[in-house]
Ligand binder design. Structure first.
Ligand code: BDR
Ligand code: CA
Length: 309
């Protein structure tokens, strides 16, 4: 059975690219809506368009917000390369982004496909927050929302110690989404670390003879070396994990529903995702926190997406 049709909000980004390959291999992708995050909007849009070329798809790309809602934030070019795609000098796509803002496209597509789309958020939640402010009824028109974001026990991956990048980049946007979307799946950084990939296995998967694997091998070379130089024992692909959960809900083998809020203040705590694990506040659980997935099925999805033509 084909997975649900997807609308992907993303800031490509090397791991976003893998997630987008997985999505196109498995189902219909209705649109990519693009935010700034890993790098500036000019690059994240160009990267999305290029990736659609490599895939050979016709997925429309909508440019969204060029900055967080309230405060400027540092990007992640030191991980993903100055252009967000490993600085390979790829030939830019001749395609253009559509002539509609990402937040407006999210609203329109939700009306055109009511109850049928799964929304997968792989970047800062800026576009989504804007769409929610424009229309608070938005959640009722999506089948499901899957968010890659947060660090549920405070073990983040940014200089804001407990913050994960997507939430730390735009905490106000995350606050709007977390406090207005009744129930979403949350794939956090700590789950990403538990579901790391073996570097040598991954390198082998990239050797398959396919244009997608060739392109992904080139754009991910820098981040793979960077991760190993950091002493990371495995390769972490946060957005790929979130995409596996979006495509195959049954892949989840451990989950807990909790209320999760976003901290917007503090020199070191801004962007933290605060989880009421013991339900002390008696607030409705907004997040299904994904604690574990079937690793073999996750890896199979990655392999298949890279080998696809
Ligand atoms: C998240 O931050 C970005 O750098 C990645 O693309 C991923 O979405 C991981 O913290
Ligand atoms: Ca991302």
């Amino acid at each position: 059975m084909q997975a649900a049709h997807l609308l992907i909000d993303t800031d490509p980004g090397v791991d976003d690219a893998l997630a987008i390959l997985m999505a196109h291999h498995a189902t219909t992708v209705t649109a990519l809506t693009i935010a700034a995050g890993n790098v500036g909007l000019r690059h994240t849009v160009a990267n999305a368009l290029k990736l659609i070329d490599v895939i050979g798809a016709e997925t429309p790309v909508y440019a969204g917000c060029a900055s967080p809602l309230v405060r400027q934030a540092a990007d992640a070019a030191f991980v993903h390369g100055q252009d967000g795609f490993g600085d390979t000098g790829y030939v830019a796509s001749a395609r253009r982004a559509e002539n509609e803002h990402a937040a407006l496209a999210i609203l329109r597509l939700s009306h055109e496909h009511p109850g049928r789309l799964t929304l997968v958020a792989l970047g800062p939640l800026t576009n989504l927050a804007l769409a929610l402010r424009l229309d608070p009824q938005l959640p009722s028109r999506f089948a499901r929302l899957v968010i890659m974001g947060g660090a549920v026990n405070g073990r983040g991956n940014t200089h804001l110690v407990p913050a994960e990048f997507n939430i730390g980049f735009d905490p106000e946007a995350a606050h709007i989404v977390f406090s207005n979307w009744p129930k979403f799946d949350l794939v956090d950084w700590e789950a990403t670390v538990r579901h790391g990939l073996d570097y040598a296995d991954f390198a082998r998967w990239l050797e398959v003879d396919s244009p997608r694997a060739k392109f992904y091998s080139a754009i991910s070379r820098g981040t793979r070396s960077w991760a190993q130089a950091q002493g990371r024992e495995r390769l972490y692909s946060a957005d790929a994990l979130a995409m596996a959960v979006a495509l195959e809900p049954e892949i989840v083998n451990r989950v807990q529903e909790c209320h999760v809020a976003v901290e917007m203040n503090g020199e070191f705590t801004r962007g933290a995702t605060v989880v009421d694990w013991e339900n002390r506040l008696r607030r409705p659980a907004n997040a299904r926190i994904i604690l574990g997935v079937d690793q073999a099925r996750f890896e199979d999805r990655i392999k298949a997406a890279l080998a696809a033509r």
